[in-house]
Design a protein around this ligand. Structure first.
Ligand code: F6R
Length: 615
C-alpha cells in the first residue's frame, strides 16, 4: 500500500528518498514520486510504474536539495498515471503534499474549492487535500513555520477519512510537516538529519531510532530538531525507541524471492512462536502478554476472532483448535464485516484481532468497534510497534521477523501456533487432561524438524507446478481444521499466480462445486489421516470419477491416497490438531512454484499491497 518517506538534513535528498522508497517496494504500489526544495521552488518528479522509472526520470533531470518528500502510490482514486502519482501541488505551486489513506469527503471539498476557482490536474483525493492546505496557508496570518503547521491543522479539521501526510512549502525550506490520522507515520531520528516514514523498513540504513507518531499528532521536522504537537496544538511527549534494523533485498540469502525465503524460515519462525511459552510441568502454555489472570481466563465464555485474508484463515483454524481443546465456542468474522455489522455478542466474550502488519485498516476499525462496545480485545501481531499491537488490551506477538513477500506465509503458521497455545492454555483451565495437553506440547516441539523435512519435498512440488501451470481454475478442498487450510491454499494460488482458485469444505463438492470438475480443473485435496480421512477419500473418488486431476496432501506412507491421486504432496505425520500447520506448507510451495513457472512477480503480485491501510 502507499508509502511515505521525507528527509531534512545536510545531505542531498534525492538519492536518499529514492533508496528509502525502494525499501517500501514490498508493500505494493503502482507509481512513485518525489518533491524537493532547493531555492528554486518545489521540484517534482513523478512516474507511473516501478521506482526505477522515477529513478530514470531523476537521472535524466536530477534535483538537488536538502529536504524533500516522496511517495509510492497504490491507486484508490484515479488510475495509476503520472498525473495521479504523488506529490501533488497546491494552487500556488509552492506547496507539495504526499498522502496515505483516503479522504472520504473529497468530492464535497473539491466542489467547494472549484467554486473558489481552483483547477485540478489529477483525479485524486490527495490533490484536493494539497489545495485545501495551500488555501489555509494563504489565508493564515502567522509567520514562519507556524504558518504551515497551522494550515495543516486547519485543513485536517475539514477532512474526513484516514491519512498520513508529509508537506513542504518553498517559502519554508528545511521544514517538513507531517500528520497522521489512522495511517501510520514514524519519525526517524538521525544525527543532524531527520526522516519521516510510513514504515520503519524505509529507514533501515539511516537510523534505528524512531518516534512513533500517535493518532492525530502533527510533527514539524527540521534537520536538527522536531516538535510533535497534539491536534489542539499542545506539545506532545515523545519517546525515542530503538528498533531492529530492517530487511534489505540482499537479505533474501540464497533464495530468489522473499516468498521462498519466508516459506523456508518457518522451521525457525514456528519455534519462535512457541519459544518460552511451553510449560511441560503443567502441560500447558504460558502467555503472559494476554494481561489476564487465570480467573479472568476462566470466566471467558465465548471468543470472537477478527482479521482479514490470511490472518482470518488462521483465526478459522484457531476456532477449531479452541473449540476442540477448551470447548469454548468461537466466532470468526471478516474484520470489515464486523465493524459495520450488528452482530450480537455474548457479554463474556474475549476478542482477538489477528494481523501480521498490525496496521490493516479493517482489522483496526473492528478492534476499535469491539472496544467501543466494552469488550476486552487482544492482538495477535507480528509488528510490535504497530497500531493494533498498541491499541489492544494485551496479546501475543508472533516474533516471525519482517515478512516482506506480499503473500503471507510464515505469519500464517505463527498465528496458528499461537492459537494452538491459546487452545491449550484455555483447555487446561477447563477439562483438557494433562495427558492430552502433553501430546500437543510434544507435537509442537517436533514441528520445526518436521518442517525442515517437509521442505525437502520442494523439488517434487516444483515438478507438479510445471505440470499444472496451464490450469485456468483450481479447487482446494479440506475438512474441519483443514477447510481454512484449503481457503488459504486457494488464496495463495490466486494472489501469486492470478489463476482462479476456490477453497471449499470437501463435502460441499456435491452441493454445486462438482459442476466445475473436468480434466482441465485440478483439485488440491487435503487428505491427511484424521477423523474425516475416509470422507475425504470419498471426495477424492468423486473427483476422479468425473475425470478431474487430484493433487493430494497426504502422509508420506499413505498408499491409499498415493494409489488414487495424480500427485501427492507428502507431509510428515503429527497430532491431528497440529497437522494443519504442516499441511499448509506444500500449498505455499505449490503456489510459489506455479507463480515462478508462469513468470509472475512473486514478491509483488499485481494490484496487491502488503499492508492494507485503507478500507
Ligand atoms: C494474503 C495476505 C492478506 C493479508 C491481509 C491481512 O497473503 O497477505 O490476505 O493476510 O491483508 O493482513 P494483516 O495480517 O497484516 O492484517
Amino acid at each position: 500500500m502507499c508509502g511515505i518517506v521525507a528527509y531534512v538534513g545536510p545531505r542531498d535528498a534525492q538519492p536518499i528518498l529514492l533508496d528509502a522508497l525502494g525499501r517500501l517496494e514490498y508493500r505494493g504500489y503502482d507509481s512513485a514520486g518525489l518533491a524537493i526544495l532547493n531555492g528554486h521552488g518545489v521540484q517534482v518528479r513523478k512516474k507511473s510504474g516501478r521506482i526505477e522509472e522515477l529513478a530514470k526520470a531523476c537521472r535524466a533531470k536530477p534535483v538537488e536539495g536538502r529536504s524533500g518528500i516522496s511517495h509510492t502510490r497504490w491507486a484508490t482514486h484515479g488510475a495509476p498515471t503520472d498525473a495521479n502519482a504523488h506529490p501533488h501541488l497546491d494552487a500556488s505551486g509552492k506547496l507539495a503534499l504526499v498522502h496515505n489513506g483516503v479522504i472520504e469527503n473529497y468530492l464535497e471539498l473539491k466542489d467547494r474549492l472549484a467554486k473558489a476557482g481552483h483547477k485540478f490536474a489529477s483525479d485524486t483525493d490527495t490533490e484536493i487535500l494539497a489545495h485545501l492546505v495551500g488555501d489555509c496557508f494563504s489565508q493564515n496570518q502567522e509567520k514562519g513555520e507556524v504558518r504551515l503547521i497551522e494550515a495543516v491543522r486547519k485543513a485536517l479539521k475539514q477532512v474526513q477519512g484516514t491519512l498520513g501526510i508529509a508537506v513542504i512549502h518553498s517559502d519554508l525550506p528545511g521544514l517538513v510537516v507531517g500528520a497522521r490520522r489512522g495511517s501510520p507515520l514514524v519519525i526517524g531520528v538521525g544525527n543532524g538529519e531527520n526522516f519521516l516514514a510510513s514504515d520503519t523498513q524505509a529507514l533501515a540504513p539511516y537510523t534505528n531510532r524512531v518516534v512513533i507518531l500517535q493518532d492525530q499528532e502533527i510533527v514539524a521536522l527540521h534537520a536538527d530538531r522536531f516538535e510533535v504537537a497534539s491536534p489542539l496544538g499542545q506539545k506532545a511527549d515523545v519517546r525515542v525507541e530503538e528498533i531492529e534494523n530492517g530487511v534489505t533485498a540482499s537479505d533474501k540469502g540464497p533464495h530468489p524471492h522473499f516468498m521462498l525465503k519466508e516459506i523456508h524460515e518457518q522451521a525457525e519462525t514456528v519455534r519462535n512462536a512457541f519459544r518460552g511459552r511451553l510449560d511441560a510441568d503443567e502441560a500447558t502454555a504460558k502467555l503472559g502478554g494476554l494481561n489476564l489472570s487465570s480467573e479472568d481466563l476462566r470466566r471467558v465464555e465465548r471468543i470472537f476472532v477478527l482479521g482479514c485474508g490470511t490472518a482470518l484463515h488462521a483465526g478459522m483454524v484457531g476456532k477449531y483448535l479452541i473449540e476442540t481443546l477448551a470447548k469454548i465456542p468461537v466466532d470468526t468474522q471478516h474484520a470489515s464485516e464486523f465493524r459495520y455489522g450488528d452482530s450480537p455478542v455474548h457479554e463474556k466474550t474475549l476478542f482477538f484481532a489477528v494481523s501480521q502488519s498490525g496496521e490493516t485498516a479493517d482489522t483496526l476499525g473492528a478492534l476499535r468497534e469491539a472496544k467501543r462496545r466494552g469488550f476486552r480485545c487482544l492482538g495477535i501481531c507480528n509488528n510490535v510497534s504497530s497500531t493494533i499491537a498498541r491499541e489492544s488490551d494485551g496479546g501475543v506477538y508472533m516474533h516471525a521477523g519482517p515478512e516482506i513477500g506480499v503473500a503471507a506465509t510464515k505469519s500464517f503458521t505463527s498465528q496458528v501456533v499461537i492459537f494452538t497455545l491459546l487452545g491449550l492454555l484455555l483447555g487446561r483451565q477447563r477439562s483438557l487432561s494433562a495427558a492430552h495437553g502433553r501430546e500437543i506440547l510434544e507435537a509442537l516441539d517436533k514441528l520445526p524438524d518436521q518442517i525442515l523435512a517437509l521442505l525437502q519435498e520442494s523439488a517434487s512440488i516444483q515438478r507438479a507446478a510445471t505440470a499444472y501451470a496451464k490450469a485456468r481454475s483450481m479447487l482446494f478442498l479440506g475438512r474441519l481444521a483443514n477447510f481454512p487450510i484449503a481457503l488459504e491454499g486457494a488464496l495463495k494460488m490466486k494472489e501469486v499466480t492470478y489463476i482462479h482458485a476456490e477453497g471449499y469444505p470437501s463435502a460441499e463438492l456435491k452441493h454445486g462445486v462438482i459442476a466445475l470438475i473436468d480434466k482441465e480443473t485440478p483439485s488440491v485435496l487435503i487428505a491427511t489421516q484424521d477423523g474425516v480421512y475416509d470422507k475425504n477419500l470419498g471426495s477424492l473418488q468423486e473427483i476422479k470419477a468425473r475425470g478431474g486431476p487430484v493433487l493430494a496432501v497426504a502422509h508420506g506412507d499413505d498408499a491409499k491416497v498415493a494409489g488414487l491421486a495424480d500427485v501427492v504432496f507428502r507431509v510428515p505425520r503429527t497430532h491431528e490438531l497440529v497437522q494443519p500447520i504442516l499441511n499448509v506448507i506444500p500449498l505455499q510451495l505449490f503456489s510459489y512454484h506455479m507463480a515462478v513457472t508462469l513468470g509472475r512477480d512473486v514478491d509483488k503480485p499485481r494490484n496487491l499491497a502488503k499492508s492494507v491501510t485503507v478500507e
